[in-house]
Ligand binder design. Structure first.
Ligand code: BDR
Ligand code: CA
Length: 314
């Protein structure tokens, strides 16, 4: 199985992603780190522990990371994810607690251990990129040993937090820019699973009801998460969201990616936090780049077979 670590802001769809990473036989979940995003860090950490305990994975260390973005004011997305950040499902408080290490130190140790074992870590950030940026800056040697980064964030054409920007990148644009730069500098392959594909893998309320019928705690949680979103958006189905970025690891052929130069807009008044995906057919020839700075080359997910990725989650 593929060694993975998730960085999450749990989050209804982060919870869907955690269940998949915790339980899929093709994935070896080594650590989870928490970052402020959809909710504050205390709620994110509690939600994350609850999901892992429900999945019977108390063995997975959970690290508490950054309480706020590098420069931005903290915001949240409780209007989307519920007052507790995870669908207000009335779940019991977790029995265990987080790891004693700071989340960034846990990332370092997990990356080092995986590289030592000859199976470099795939890091999957599913929230604002604050922890990952701090990881790159504090422990560049360990960051250098990552096998791959697959993050949910940004979009070539589609946005949500503002007319220009996606939530995870908008929440901490400096962190996102720094992570792309660090991946380029350390030659860590990076895949952007952004909003162009994010909404396509969907699970219907009827499928969720069938799941609930299985009668297990995991099935009850999974169906509750889908059900919450269907009610929240008054829709017959819901995206698996962040879980699509994890499903992509299991079924890479379900997603079409193209390697493209990507920059994060840091300065715009109305465009701050937008990912600028250069789809011109110019072959990345820097002679034609007026800025003269090499942008990060990112494998951008442009198309997805939605039902096929949703099937991985189901
Ligand atoms: C992203 O923002 C959060 O609300 C979701 O968990 C996802 O990571 C989508 O823009
Ligand atoms: Ca998220």
């Amino acid at each position: 199985p593929l060694r993975v670590a998730l960085d999450v802001d749990t989050g209804v769809d982060d919870a869907c992603a955690l269940l998949l990473a915790a339980l899929h036989p093709g994935l070896d979940l080594r650590a989870v780190t928490c970052v402020a995003g959809n909710a504050g860090l205390v709620d994110v950490t509690r939600n994350t522990l609850t999901v892992l305990e429900t999945a019977g994975r108390r063995d997975v260390p959970v690290g508490v990371g950054a309480t706020r973005p590098l420069l931005e004011q903290p915001r949240d997305a409780r209007h989307v994810h519920g007052a507790d950040g995870m669908g207000d499902l009335g779940l019991p408080a977790p029995r265990g607690g987080p790891d004693r290490r700071h989340g960034v130190d846990l990332l370092r140790d997990t990356a080092d251990a995986a590289a030592d074992a000859g199976q470099p870590l795939t890091l999957v950030p599913l929230g604002p990129l604050t922890n990952v940026a701090l990881f790159a800056r504090l422990y560049p040697d360990a960051f250098d040993r990552l096998g791959r980064v697959v993050f949910m964030g940004g979009g070539a054409q589609v946005s949500n937090a503002t007319a220009a920007a996606e939530f995870n990148v908008f929440h901490d644009p400096e962190a996102a820019a720094l992570v792309l730069d660090a991946c380029a500098e350390h030659r860590v392959p990076v895949t952007m699973y952004g909003l162009d594909v994010f909404y396509a893998p969907r699970v219907s309320a009827a499928q969720a009801a069938r799941l609930a019928g299985l009668g297990t705690p995991v099935a009850a949680l999974a169906s509750g998460l889908v059900d919450f979103q269907c009610r929240r958006f008054d829709a017959a189905d819901a995206t698996i969201g962040d879980a699509g970025a994890v499903a992509l690891l299991v079924d890479p052929d379900a997603v079409l990616t193209r390697r493209l130069p990507v920059r994060v807009e840091l300065a715009g008044t109305w465009t701050r936090g937008r990912t600028i995906v250069d789809q011109r057919d110019w072959g990345g020839d820097l002679d034609h780049d007026p800025h003269g700075l090499a942008p990060a080359q990112v494998d951008v997910a442009l198309e997805v077979d939605g039902p096929r990725l949703a099937e991985v989650w189901l």
